[in-house]
Design a protein around this ligand. Structure first.
Ligand code: AFP
Length: 279
């Protein structure tokens, strides 16, 4: 596992340099979700594939920016699904973005996940790696230094409601408003990595990206985005559901499958369960 941890660190340092370039324009290519790729999306994808191709324990990789998975080492045992630069549409407005990694053993699938990791590219570069515990590291020069273990409280103060509100179900809107009525503060940047990082570091709250009339299966991808954060929130003492079911109990058919998702501390996720159970 340490060889994968090191490869992610090397990738993060190179991605940080790539982000600091002038060329943040769009390419002529689309990813398998029909999104026009930034030059930067393609560059970050190449950086990660290069670093992982030197790690013999990695059998197969799958990128959000690629249609199909790629086998790297036949004798490897780890399968890694990653989003090279999540929130890349925020780069041109200079908001924080991130990379997300799900590390699976012997095959892709929530039940095979053994570790997960994300890197936040913001005013500082921080990496959170979850294996047995959830640990945060800060980039200092060319090294990531351990900072602290992350644990969620029972209840938080932050509310990050994703999705286009006009396409929300009425009971979902009522639920989101019920937290604001309780004094929760709105914290939503449109970047899943900084939004969830804030809830983890501030001890709790709720991030939601529900099924909506325009995205009935949600927007966020199971293997690349949803399962990695579900693993981290649960290891940190929180919960992660699709409205009803534990996200880590979900299967996937296509590597680009999406799911509605709710990540948070226990108090908030319990309310989601109650509201969605009645609808
Ligand atoms: P991009 O990678 O296209 O910027 O999308 C970011 C993202 O995947 C995730 O980081 C956000 O939480 C979510 O989509 C934002 O979606 P909405 O713009 O529909 O709220």
């Amino acid at each position: 596992m340490t060889d994968i941890f090191s490869a992610i660190q090397r990738s993060a340092i190179r991605i940080k340099d790539a982000i600091d370039t002038k060329d943040i324009g769009y390419s002529q290519q689309e990813n398998s979700s029909g999104e026009t790729q930034l030059q930067l999306d393609i560059k970050c994808d190449m950086i990660i594939e290069e670093e992982f191709s030197n790690v013999a324990s990695i059998h197969t990789i799958a990128s959000e920016e690629k249609e199909h998975a790629v086998m790297l080492h036949e004798n490897g045992k780890y399968f890694i699904a990653y989003d090279p630069l999540d929130g890349s549409s925020l780069i041109d407005v200079n908001l924080s973005v991130g990379s997300i990694f799900g590390i699976y053993e012997n095959a892709f699938g929530a039940q095979n996940m053994v570790a997960s990791c994300y890197v936040v590219f913001g005013p500082r570069v921080e990496m959170v790696f979850a294996h047995n515990k959830v640990k945060m590291h800060l980039l200092q020069g060319k090294d990531f230094e351990f900072v602290k273990e992350i644990r969620l409280n029972e209840k938080g103060k932050l509310n990050a409601p994703g999705g286009t509100q006009q396409n929300w179900k009425s009971y979902h809107k009522e639920m989101v408003d019920s937290f604001f009525a309780e004094g929760y503060r709105l914290r939503y940047s449109g970047g899943m990595v900084p939004d969830l990082h804030q809830i983890l570091l501030k001890g709790g709250g709720l991030f939601s990206y529900p099924a909506t009339s325009d995205k009935p299966k949600g927007k966020l991808r199971r293997l690349f985005e949803v399962f990695p954060f579900a693993f981290i929130f649960k290891k940190a003492g929180g919960e992660a559901i699709d409205g009803k079911e534990d996200l880590m109990g979900l299967a996937y058919a296509d590597i680009h499958d999406t799911s509605p998702c709710f990540f948070g501390s226990r108090y908030e996720v319990q309310r989601v369960k109650e509201v969605y159970a009645n609808n």
